[in-house]
Write a protein that binds this ligand. Structure first.
Ligand code: TRP
Length: 447
């Protein structure tokens, strides 16, 4: 077999994995669902969901990926020869491609808004957002550019593409979001937003809110579709799985919080509602920037530009991790060259994304089970395919793999004392807590 590329070390692994984790889920989805479910109380539940449900599944994928040392399908085949488990590998080739399709549409929106920001035409009025997403050419053009950028980074390979891009963008991303947090906190009336984020109101915590917190943790840590598994297969044997998981989940949670503190204080300062849904970041926020920079077109352009540049970088470093799952599969199992694999899969994602984009406009009346194409794919992946993949990964590591093998991989052959100490706890989470948490998501989607 060909020599596989590897990430250069622990730090690179964390940067790449954090790049995958930190994305539209943090900066676009997190603030608006926090707004819908009432603020601080939701954040507390979300934290618990990350620690006790998402992180164990993250470890399950990491253990399979590094021990298998191949793409999802190949790794499963290697670890459970002669069984049906490899089919899980196939499921996880399909789900990421579907996710990439609609993810790229939203990624495209961030490109469009970045251009609007720097050209000084952002946020003069509300209503622009729905007009934009329901139009034909502009969102499709932006989606196309986004897919091309993703493909270009993936063509660079594991080290020169994924690792390099993530190492450059992650620090910049944190810096940019901090700039917005500071700006947002200094707006008159920002205190209401801070209160909202730190003072819990537990009366809003319904079962639906809890299931959403678990689902959000899943999406945010890129679980259940082989993304983490594929990246882990590029980890060196001496790198520390415990540390990479804690680092990734820690940065991911921190970034979601920062995004909350970038958005909510501004929303409250402008006297708007925190629960304005998916339009919160693309519509409400530019409007606020426009209003607050009152008179200074230049200031508005800068702040909005910084913000949407952050959204774009976050989206790109996540999208590459989704594409890499399929590329690794085609290269390793089907013997395709990296360029050809990238070309085919990005064309696929582009074409399906086209339909998703049009489903906000001309195709709005075309419904699958009552949802538009975009909504349908999002629900299918977020509520079903990702949890299903995650469930099977934890069951595999918790119940099927010999415990000694799991411990061996988790602790690098017993050479990491902390990992050995923590393992019994991780094992309980893997076998019982995480599967039950996932079943909770299913029940919520069914009821
Ligand atoms: N976690 C990313 C975000 O928060 C998106 C993402 C990357 C993802 N890879 C994934 C989501 C795999 C689901 C599955 O935006």
């Amino acid at each position: 077999m060909k020599n596989r590329e590897q990430f250069s070390g622990n730090l690179s692994v964390i940067m790449a994995m954090a790049g995958s984790a930190i994305g539209l889920g943090n900066i676009w989805r997190f603030p608006y669902i926090v707004g819908e479910y009432g603020g601080a109380a939701f954040i507390i539940v979300y934290f618990a969901a990350c620690l006790f449900i998402a992180l164990p599944i993250f470890y399950a994928e990491t253990i399979i990926g590094r021990r298998g040392g191949l793409d999802t399908y190949g790794s499963m085949k290697r670890l459970a020869p002669g069984t049906h488990w490899y089919k899980l590998g196939l499921l996880t080739i399909i789900s990421p491609m579907l996710i990439l399709s609609y993810y790229s549409v939203v990624g495209g929106w961030s490109i469009h808004y970045l251009f609007k920001s720097v050209s000084g035409t952002v946020g003069q009025e509300t209503g622009q957002f729905s007009e934009f997403i329901s139009s034909v050419e502009a969102p499709i053009l932006a989606h196309t550019v986004f897919v091309i950028l993703v493909a270009a980074i993936i063509l660079g390979g594991v080290k020169k593409g994924i690792e390099k891009f993530s190492k450059i963008t992650m620090p910049i991303l944190f810096f940019l979001i901090l700039v917005i947090v500071v700006y947002s906190l200094t707006l008159p009336g920002a205190g209401g937003g801070v209160d909202y984020l730190v003072r819990p109101d537990f009366s809003k915590l319904t079962g639906g809110a809890i299931a959403s917190a678990v689902g959000q943790a899943f999406f945010s840590l890129s679980l259940g579709v082989g993304t983490v598994l594929t990246y882990a297969s590029y980890m060196r044997k001496q790198d520390n799985i415990l540390v990479s998981g804690l680092g990734t989940a820690g940065f991911d949670f921190l970034f979601a919080l920062l995004a909350g503190f970038a958005v909510m204080p501004a929303v409250f300062a402008a006297g708007l509602s925190p629960s304005s849904g998916p339009g919160l970041v693309f519509e409400t926020l530019p409007y606020i920037f426009g209003k607050m920079g009152a008179g200074s077109v230049w200031l508005t352009a800068c702040v909005a530009g910084v913000f949407f540049l952050a959204v774009l970088m976050a989206a790109l470093s996540s999208a590459i991790s989704i594409l890499e799952v399929g590329v690794a599969y085609l290269v390793e199992e089907k013997g395709l060259g990296r360029s050809r694999a990238t070309l085919y899969l990005s064309l696929f994602a582009w074409a399906v994304g086209l339909l998703c984009s049009l489903s906000f406009g001309p195709l709005a009346d075309f419904k699958i089970l009552g949802s538009s194409i975009f909504e349908f794919l999002d629900k299918l992946c977020s509520n079903w395919m990702m949890p299903l993949g995650g469930l099977l990964f934890t069951l595999f590591v918790g119940w099927k793999m010999p415990s000694a093998d799991v411990l061996d991989e988790f602790s690098n052959g017993g050479s990491k004392p902390w990992n050995v100490k923590i393992y019994p706890f991780v094992r309980v989470l893997l076998r019982y807590v995480a599967p039950i948490g996932i079943i909770f998501i299913f029940l919520n989607s069914v009821l």
